[in-house]
Design a binder for this molecule. Structure first.
Ligand code: NAD
Ligand code: UFG
Length: 343
């Protein structure tokens, strides 16, 4: 089977390409490299001994995309390509809606023209907005006015776009995967997350403090109603997440229509627990200070992942210590990320 991976040179995409190749799939990637480097895929090919066809194409260029589908025949698409910086999306909403929503619509149109009927989509726990209760099941409300930023709203809009598309084309199959907080790196230390500039997310920030590139972590809020006052999240190892995509592809072959799964571990860890686990994994002291809350943050968010277990046979197997150890291996082997990565 031949899978097209959009955004495949990015963080989660590159790990998924590796798992797909190891599971025996043929893989092609479309990416415009706006937030990644082709070096990630060169490393995936090296690690697996298998080739990936790469097309530098923007999803906002429908004819470029059509040419890719003319050259190759695909059995399914895994769609990662999108912009994902929450803060940036507040300042550039039109860029985010155009890239994420229009880009996905272009992709669906080309898939439809070429009779490619299965798509796995990168959604996010952000669609739950402010949770009414925890853990979050897939049937928890997703109210657009409870989502605090255009990035998050683009994900919920796309869930509706894909549902409506499938309803009009019942032969098509859609898996909406709602990721919780992906962290860590492949155990080889060869691929991992390579953010541009100062990281917004906790784990990349902590790693850069550990490696000496940033002086100290600012912990956003110490007065939440959580176990120690700091924010609680469901961190999931990126390799477990990648494997979830391979299992979702199998599910789509059973023609289920639209399916939605939380991909998380079901465990919530506080910022202080993450800092302590990272100190243990790295042997470094992480300097930090507790500052005011970050606008738009919620106190706690973690998944009920039981539907993915019962329907996909998928369970996150890697715990927080392994997430930190693998994240640290990647960061210490590649203190400046990939050479020339989107910089
Ligand atoms: P990433 O930025 O590393 O990967 C996204 C890739 O898409 C990049 O390689 C980028 O160059 C490419 N891209 C963006 N716009 C494009 C376009 N118009 N045409 C072609 N390529 C384009 O991000 P990631 O962390 O790997 O995230 C992958 C997906 O998962 C995204 O859709 C993101 O919104 C979603 N997601 C990520 C997280 C997270 O915390 N990392 C959480 C939930 C959901
Ligand atoms: N945090 C800090 N200091 C930092 C960065 C983060 O204290 O420098 C705290 C946050 O306040 C929060 C926790 O660490 O309590 C996690 O924050 P992240 O920014 O790493 O992750 P978020 O849960 O805010 O959001 C992430 C992605 C979203 C995605 C969401 C759910 O950025 O795109 O997970 O999947 F939608």
């Amino acid at each position: 089977m031949h899978i097209l991976v959009t955004g495949g040179s990015g963080y989660i995409g590159s790990h998924t390409c590796l798992e797909l190749l190891q599971a025996g799939y043929q893989v092609s990637v479309v990416d415009n490299l706006c937030n990644s480097s082709q070096e990630s895929l060169a490393r995936v090919s090296r690690l697996t001994g298998k080739k990936i066809s790469f097309f530098r194409v923007d999803l906002l260029d429908p004819s470029g995309l059509d040419e890719v589908f003319q050259k190759q025949t695909f059995d399914a698409v895994i769609h990662f390509a999108g912009l994902k910086a929450v803060g940036e999306s507040v300042g550039k909403p039109l860029v985010y809606y155009q890239n994420n929503v229009t880009g996905t619509i272009n992709l669906c149109e080309v898939m439809q023209r070429h009779g490619v009927r299965d798509i796995v989509f990168s959604s996010s726990a952000t669609v739950y907005g402010i949770p009414e209760s925890l853990p979050l099941t897939e049937s928890a409300p997703t109210l657009i006015n409870l989502i605090t930023n255009p990035y998050g709203r683009s994900k919920l809009i796309l869930e509706f776009v894909l549902r409506d598309w499938q309803a009009a084309n019942p032969d098509f199959n859609v898996a909406l995967l709602r990721y919780f907080n992906p962290v860590g790196a492949h155990g080889s230390g060869e691929i991992g997350e390579d953010p541009n500039g100062i990281p917004n997310n906790l784990l990349p920030y902590v790693s850069q403090v550990a490696v000496g590139q940033l002086p100290r972590l600012k912990i956003f809020g110490g007065d939440y109603e959580t176990k120690d006052g700091t924010g609680v999240r469901d961190y999931i190892h990126v390799v477990d997440l990648a494997i979830g995509h391979v299992q979702a592809l199998d599910r789509l072959r059973q023609n289920p229509g639209v399916v939605t799964y939380n991909l998380g571990t079901g465990n919530g860890y506080s910022v202080l627990e993450v800092v302590s686990a990272f100190e243990k994994a790295s042997g470094q002291t992480i300097a930090y200070e507790i500052v005011g809350r970050r606008a738009g943050d919620i106190a706690a968010c973690y998944a009920d992942p039981s539907l993915a277990k019962s329907e996909l046979g998928w369970v996150a197997e890697r715990g927080l210590d392994e997430m930190c150890a693998d994240g640290w291996r990647w960061q210490s082997m590649n203190p400046h990320g990939f050479p020339m990565a989107g910089k």
